[in-house]
Write a protein that binds this ligand. Structure first.
Ligand code: 9MR
Length: 365
């Protein structure tokens, strides 16, 4: 049986490989390092990202600036993950607090952390209806003015992070549940063309960055994911630089698992775009108990397996890795325990289930 009392796993590189292996054995799991025998670095206990890398995928976590002073937290953040997404510090209110005045201090802090730990950064997000600065939401803009503001924002931010951010959530949460366009500030003034424009401007600013549309409640096939499917198909047909679809993956045990996730990922791959699970967390009604944690573990494994089954699903990011810093309790009263590590940075069954799912290595010929 898996125990919750296991210590937080540490990155392979040096320290507690043997300890982790012993812990995994106690937990009744296959121990990853054996499969790497003969490879110096990988002979040590592999991290989630190491295991994901064996499949050509990444495994990442979101983080936020205030958390970077929590040393036990940053140790794990720096060791276990291959990519980092700033949870807030690249959003519009942070990066352009006054019109035309840019502040990259906090975003840079996250980038510097990532680079110091040999991690790549997913940029989040260039435009969203939420967390916009007051000067933008309270202003009255003509279409020409707003277009110029959006272009300047997108290009200034993307240029600043050129070569440092490998993928951008260019447009976040632009669809309603019924598959119609969300009537955000940009839509209302510019119409749906703002999406293609933002993608083109971002591409001009950094031709190498992968450009994504990103949303929640799109993990299953339904009106909202259908809308993205149609939009991306059209954007591709029009030659617009769109490279990926981000499925946030904010799931909740009480609403059921999105059974056709794999099929959904596959249809986007068939449109010749990448997909990524960009903000995964799996919440539950509190208090948590053994049965809920076991079900959560199973869901994490299923999400991981769905991504591994689709070639163009390039990676998985959890929306922070520990319940200590999850956004859930503040937004959903009475819910939480959504992440693979608990509030004390102890690995939960979900962590071991992800390892298990990643541990199935493709045969090397
Ligand atoms: O994690 C973010 C949290 O700290 C903020 O308070 C919140 C504000 O809306 O945004 C959170 O991140 C969101 C992400 O940017 C977009 N998808 C939903 C995420 C959770 O709300």
């Amino acid at each position: 049986m898996r125990t919750l009392a296991l210590p937080a796993p540490r990155r392979s590189r040096g320290r507690s490989a043997v300890f982790l292996a012993a812990a995994a054995l106690l937990a009744g799991l296959a121990v990853a390092p054996a499969a790497h025998a003969g490879d110096g670095r990988k002979a040590e206990a592999a991290t989630l990202h190491d295991l994901a890398e064996d499949h050509g995928r990444y495994f990442g976590s979101a983080t936020d600036n205030p958390e970077l002073t929590d040393t036990p937290y940053t140790e794990l953040l720096g060791e276990e993950f291959g990519t980092i997404t700033p949870g807030n510090s690249m959003k519009w209110d942070a990066t352009e607090p006054q019109r035309g005045v840019f502040d990259f201090t906090k975003g840079d802090e996250v980038v510097d952390f990532a680079r110091a730990h040999r991690q790549r950064v997913r940029g989040h997000t260039l435009l969203w209806h939420s967390q916009l600065p007051g000067w933008l939401t309270s202003g009255t803009w003509s279409a020409d003015e707003l277009r110029a503001i959006l272009k300047n924002h997108v290009q200034t931010v993307v240029k600043h992070y050129k070569g440092k951010v490998f993928a951008w959530d260019v447009a976040n949460e632009i669809m309603n549940e019924d598959g119609t366009y969300r009537e955000n500030l940009f839509y209302k003034t510019l119409g749906p063309g703002y999406i293609a424009d933002a993608l083109r401007w971002a591409h001009q600013a950094d031709p190498k960055a992968k450009l994504y549309l990103n949303d929640y409640n799109v993990e299953w096939i339904g009106p909202k994911s259908d809308a993205y499917y149609e939009l991306i198909k059209q954007l591709k047909a029009d030659g617009v630089p769109v490279h990926g679809f981000g499925l946030q993956g904010h799931l909740a045990l009480q609403y059921g698992f999105p059974g056709n996730l794999q099929e959904n990922l596959q249809r986007f791959a068939d449109l010749r775009v990448d997909t990524a699970l960009t903000e995964v967390d799996i919440r539950m009604v509190l208090p948590s108990d053994e049965a809920k944690l076991a079900e959560q573990a199973d869901w994490y494994a299923r999400v991981t397996e769905a991504c591994l089954a689709v070639k163009r699903c390039v990676g998985i990011t959890v929306w922070d890795y520990t319940d200590r810093y999850s956004w859930i309790p503040a937004f959903f009263e009475g819910e939480g325990a959504a992440l693979p590590w608990d509030e004390n940075l102890k690995a939960k069954p979900a962590y071991f289930a992800i390892r298990d799912a990643l541990g199935v290595r493709p045969k090397k010929t």
